[in-house]
Design a protein around this ligand. Structure first.
Ligand code: SAM
Length: 315
């Protein structure tokens, strides 16, 4: 029962993420015409939170763009714990879609996402349907190059089945995205997942956004950080430092890794863009933003040569 309560609390973190994104979009931090179709209303968020989300979304977009460039139209994106993420539709809008796009989350979340997609013609119409067919169940949706499937990332055999149903090709260039997800999965399940993916996808890139620098000056994981919104951060031990974030990949057979705190990611964003968003809202204490950004990171890992040494340097 305790585990189920934790799973429910974990699923609720999707509401948080989607609401924060919707609020920042509403203020004009970045453009996303689709998020409001998944989230109706949001309460006000502090300026540093909005800027943090801006860096998170732009930092991930940077790797998505590089992945699409390097995979030459043959790439597939697999979003682990996708929640209500709108990346598929944002890419469709720019005419820059991958060959296949797969979203995975708990069935309770994918059922809600299916419901919102069915409800909005705008979302349905953008699903690429070569033969006009979209297959729906309560929790899963399959179109020509978009698949939304309900599964628990801690269960590898089920994941394997679901990826097959989503027409994933294990040899195609593949990008995995895990945005604020692995921290909710216990370390041994994350290890099994990462090891399995490394063995199955020889030409791949993993992009993970999550907490970092979670220990205090005495080397203890800060107790207040062990739970967030009532749920256990089961994977928090891997969030100790950039090194532990990277080690998680190397010990699970990924060939190479890099990691940056969000301070570095924020500073690497184009000056013009930063200056624009810094004028949206006043932030009296810049230090608040720096403290927030120091506690999040983007860690990437790769297998094969194609995505070796990808970095946040804009080029
Ligand atoms: N990635 C989305 C984003 O950034 O907008 C959602 C982030 S939300 C903080 C975390 C998501 O991970 C939730 O939707 C949750 O249901 C999902 N998740 C966590 N553990 C999972 C598991 N074991 N299997 C499937 N999904 C999981």
């Amino acid at each position: 029962i305790k585990d189920m309560a934790d799973d429910e609390a974990i699923q609720a973190t999707n509401d948080d993420a989607s609401e924060c994104k919707r609020y920042a979009v509403q203020l004009g931090y970045w453009c996303d015409p689709f998020i409001s179709l998944f989230v109706k209303q949001t309460a006000r968020k502090a300026p540093e939170i909005n800027r943090g989300y801006y860096a998170r979304v732009k930092g991930i977009e940077l790797f998505v763009e590089n992945f699409l460039k390097l995979s030459g139209g043959k790439g597939q994106i697999i979003n682990l714990g996708a929640g209500f993420d709108t990346l598929y539709w944002r890419l469709r809008e720019t005419g820059n879609s991958p060959a296949n796009f797969v979203e995975l989350d708990f069935p309770s979340i994918t059922a809600k996402k299916c419901y919102h997609i069915k409800k909005h013609k705008q979302l349905i119409d953008m699903l690429n349907t070569e033969d006009g067919e979209i297959r729906f169940s309560t929790t899963d949706l399959h179109a020509a190059n978009y698949h939304l499937v309900g599964t628990d990332l801690r269960h590898i055999a089920e994941l394997n089945n679901k990826l097959a149903q989503a027409e994933v090709n294990f040899n195609s260039p593949t990008m995995f995205l895990a945005e604020c997800v692995l921290v909710y999965v216990d370390a041994s399940a994350t290890s099994s997942l990462l090891k399995w993916l490394a063995g199955k996808f020889p030409n791949s890139l993993f992009v993970s956004y999550e907490q970092v620098n979670m220990k205090d000056k005495f080397g203890q994981v800060m107790l207040s950080n062990l739970r967030s919104r009532g749920c256990l951060l089961a994977g928090v031990e891997d969030c100790e430092s950039l090194e532990t974030q990277q080690r998680r990949f190397t010990i699970n057979n990924w060939e190479g890794t890099s990691a940056w705190t969000m301070v570095d990611v924020y500073d690497s964003l184009p000056v013009m863009d930063r200056s624009r968003i810094e004028h949206i809202e006043m932030l009296d204490e810049r230090e608040l933003l720096t403290q927030l950004l120091q506690h999040y990171c983007i860690a990437v890992a790769w297998n094969g040569q194609t995505f070796k040494n990808l970095s946040i340097a804009q080029g």
